[in-house]
Design a protein around this ligand. Structure first.
Ligand code: NAD
Ligand code: ZN
Length: 357
């Protein structure tokens, strides 16, 4: 059986397209008491963007705390807050921000129509009921969260996504103006997440022509952005498309060794996804030799430094937990190392790699 995967229903792309959000939501407002939830990264508190959110009537605006990456606990808290505000379901949940805010919007839209805690649904296809209509407006590009069928959550026991067709956004609004003011470091780490998605997809055993077509284009765009001579405006537009295409590539393939280790690392060290991936990828010559050389060139050419020795103070128990988290991600290992991946990687080997980070 081939994967029958769900795509985002509708896409708007273009500078200034943020203003179209109002029309898109207004089309959903059928009665006077219909209302929408806007979840916007708290970095925009008091910034011009938050004043431009098209709030009307009973709408609710929540500033999402992105000091930490999304947890099931925080998703449950936000869901309760929305239900307490108005027991009638909102007509839309809109996430305005980077991967964290988009993932929170996805998770909240699912939990408004599904009983229990978000932690109950971490895994594959456990969601029972369709979500509330949900929209993404990225303000940071690279994760591909705008097109993926997952919302990555740290739960009490594991860091694992809620993967389902209902997770996929119904609408995305891609406005390159919104990523213009991202701090340079954050822009770089999140963009490298995209670069690494492509490397892991293109070198993996799950690759097919569909995933290759998107992965190759996204990889090429990443190189143009970080090794070329583009204006910042041009670079932002290309980065936004690279993120989308990288996400589409892994939708029909998978990530690999870097993401498997990075999930373990960030669970313990609480480092953000993009930075964790950079720390891990920097040490993976054994698995992605020519790409790690290229990655180091990109890092140097753009004047960044990737942290070293970040696990030096971790104890054995923490290394064991990192290994546990990594090994749960079976499809990632299978994609990277093939069907007999268990013969190629051991707990000891994973620990040895983590100790190099
Ligand atoms: P993020 O959303 O965590 O944001 C990082 C920082 O950038 C935050 O401090 C945020 O406030 C700030 N920021 C965002 N937009 C900004 C802007 N325009 N101007 C200034 N500051 C801005 O970062 P991210 O790298 O986009 O997302 C990482 C998250 O995405 C992780 O939780 C990761 O697990 C998840 N992720 C999800 C998927 C998926 O398919 N669902 C894929 C990869 C990663
Ligand atoms: Zn990633």
């Amino acid at each position: 059986m081939y994967k029958n995967f769900k795509l985002v229903d509708k896409v708007v792309f273009g500078r200034g397209s943020f203003y179209q959000l109002k029309t898109i939501i207004d089309e959903k407002r059928l009665s006077n008491d219909d209302w929408a939830v806007f979840l916007i990264d708290k970095v925009f508190y008091d910034k011009p963007l938050s004043k431009k959110v098209p709030l009307t009537n009973y709408d609710l605006l929540i500033y999402a705390n992105t000091d930490f990456e999304p947890t099931t606990f925080y998703v449950d808290e936000l869901t309760k807050k929305i239900k307490d505000y108005n027991p009638k379901l909102p007509i839309a949940v809109v996430g305005i921000g980077g991967g964290s805010t988009m993932d929170l919007a996805k998770a909240v839209s699912l939990m408004l129509t599904n009983e229990g805690s978000a932690a109950d649904y971490q895994g594959w296809d456990l969601i029972k009921n369709p979500s509330v209509f949900h929209i993404a407006v990225p303000t940071l590009s690279g994760t591909g969260a705008e097109v993926s069928r997952t919302t990555v959550l740290t739960g009490p026991l594991k860091k694992l996504g809620i993967n389902s067709d209902y997770t996929v956004f119904n609408q995305i609004v891609l406005d390159p103006d919104l990523i213009a003011d991202v701090p340079v470091n954050q822009r770089f780490y999140t963009a490298m997440d995209c670069y690494i998605h492509n490397v892991e997809a293109l070198t993996g055993s799950y690759i097919n022509s569909f995933a290759r077509a998107f992965g190759e284009k996204s990889y090429e765009l990443c190189k143009e952005v970080f090794l070329g001579n583009l204006s910042r405006e041009d670079a932002d537009e290309k980065l936004m498309m690279a993120s989308l295409m990288g996400g589409l590539s892994i939708a029909y393939s998978q990530v690999g060794v870097c993401h498997a280790l990075s999930y373990g690392l960030s669970y313990i060290l609480k480092t953000r996804h993009g930075l964790s991936n950079c720390i891990v990828f920097n040490q993976l010559e054994e698995y992605y030799p020519e790409y790690v050389i290229e990655f180091k060139e990109i890092v140097a050419r753009n004047g960044f430094e990737i942290p070293l020795n970040v696990t030096k103070n971790c104890n054995e128990e923490e290394f064991e937990k990192m290994v546990d988290i990594s090994l749960v991600l079976v499809p990632l290992w299978e994609n990277a190392l093939g069907k007999n991946w268990k013969e190629k990687i051991s707990r000891e080997k994973i620990k040895e790699l983590l100790k190099k980070m």
